[in-house]
Ligand binder design. Structure first.
Ligand SMILES: *Cc1c(COP(=O)(O)O)cnc(C)c1O
Length: 375
């Protein structure tokens, strides 16, 4: 076939949230049995909540419209205004949720700097203060697995247990932002329930790698989830015939969990290809799941994003010199090979441009450098 006659390809790697529902998922949605879930009448939502609680080894779960709402309801249910929570300094809860801890729960965030999002019990210990009227009451510790800004990094189970033991010793509650916990489980073979066991509450997303159009769930004890339901209503997250959405999430749980391994393989392929390019900084060994973060040197990340988009490869700039690509359900092996080819062409053309410019005698080799990856 003449390649010039083929339809221009668009490979969208901006996020794993850009996926479109599959035909089978749309059928499951169309056929879902529904009712008014605020009255507790939606059997499909109830099935999703029970299935999620079971996968996470928790007593109960509540379906919510977004991961942000799941996290923020958890903060609200665990704390009182004026309390302090401990979060990693680049955690989604702190970095990407619009200041919600302050706006919705009236809590202060105490940040701990992790290494690619992962910290230890001693790091937690270092920000704790004794009970005293001068101090905010520290109440909750949050962990994110996999860690988004850490580049889809995995929390070792042993580090989780270390932080959890410290938290227990100080009578602190523990929340897991597991938007991509499904990816962690597939990457390591550690079941979701084992990861979830040390936590009082766990938030998971169906709308990321699993490919559902909408929805997350918060899981915990029956008592905690009953309290969380009250805050879901208060925050405006009570939905009526939500079984249409829950059906997509159930379909995703049953059919799209194991295939996350393909996304991880595609991410590794892309990382290995990037590591061979001039003007690109990446530590391919740091790519553990479906997120590929890399640095660009010769042109700004914004310029790279524009050039790549014109060639049909969509990625996100996450800093002046930082780019993120996320593999997902709608991207197959041929797409990822195409994206790697486009990246190679862009890098080569930039290298030529720079060599003919006055800065040409600068060292063109950018060593793979893990410390340049955003933490
Ligand atoms: C995406 C994400 C969320 C939730 O995001 P929503 O867009 O509100 O669904 C929460 N935590 C992490 C780590 C995420 O990546």
């Amino acid at each position: 076939m003449n390649p010039n006659l083929s339809v221009p390809r668009v490979v969208d790697l901006r996020s794993d949230t850009v996926t479109l529902p599959t035909a089978a998922m749309r059928r499951a949605m169309a056929e879902a049995e529904v009712g008014d879930d605020v009255f507790g009448d939606d059997p499909t939502v109830q099935r999703l909540e029970a299935r999620t609680a079971d996968l996470l080894g928790k007593e109960a779960a509540v379906f919510v419209p977004s991961g942000t709402m799941g996290n923020q309801i958890a903060l609200r249910a665990h704390t009182e205004p004026g309390d302090e929570i401990v979060v990693e300094s680049e955690a989604h809860i702190y970095y990407y949720e619009g200041g919600a801890p302050a706006a919705l729960s009236g809590v202060m965030c105490r940040c701990v700097a992790g290494r690619r999002g992962v910290f230890r019990g001693t790091d937690l210990e270092s920000v704790l203060r004794p009970p005293d009227v001068h101090f905010a009451r520290t109440r909750l510790v949050c962990i994110e697995n996999t860690h988004n800004r850490g580049g889809g990094s995995l929390w070792p189970l042993e580090a989780i247990l270390d932080v959890a033991a410290t938290a227990r010793r100080h009578d602190l509650r523990l929340h897991l932002d597991g938007a991509r916990l499904w990816n962690a489980a597939v990457a390591t073979g550690i079941p979701e329930r084992d990861y979830a066991a040390p936590f009082d509450s766990v938030n998971v997303c169906f709308s990321k790698g699993l490919g559902a159009p909408v929805g997350s769930a918060l899981a915990g004890t029956r008592e905690f989830i009953a309290r969380a339901r009250r805050f879901r209503k208060q925050f405006g997250g009570g939905m009526r015939q939500a079984g249409l959405l829950a059906a997509a999430a159930l379909h995703a749980l049953e059919h799209h969990r194991e295939r996350l391994a393909e996304d991880h393989a595609h991410a590794r392929y892309l990382a290995a290809a990037l590591a061979r390019l001039p003007g690109v900084g990446i530590d391919p060994d740091a790519v553990q799941t479906n997120i590929v973060r890399f640095q660009v040197t010769r042109q700004s990340a914004r310029e790279w994003v524009e050039t790549l988009a014109a060639a049909g490869v969509r990625v996100l700039a996450t800093g002046p010199d930082a780019i993120r690509a996320v593999t997902n359900l709608n991207v197959n092996r041929a797409d990822i090979e195409y994206a790697a080819g486009v990246l190679a062409r862009v890098a080569a053309s930039e290298a030529r441009q720079t060599q003919s410019s006055p800065q040409a005698d600068e060292d063109p080799a950018v060593p793979p450098n893990s410390s340049s990856a955003p933490r």
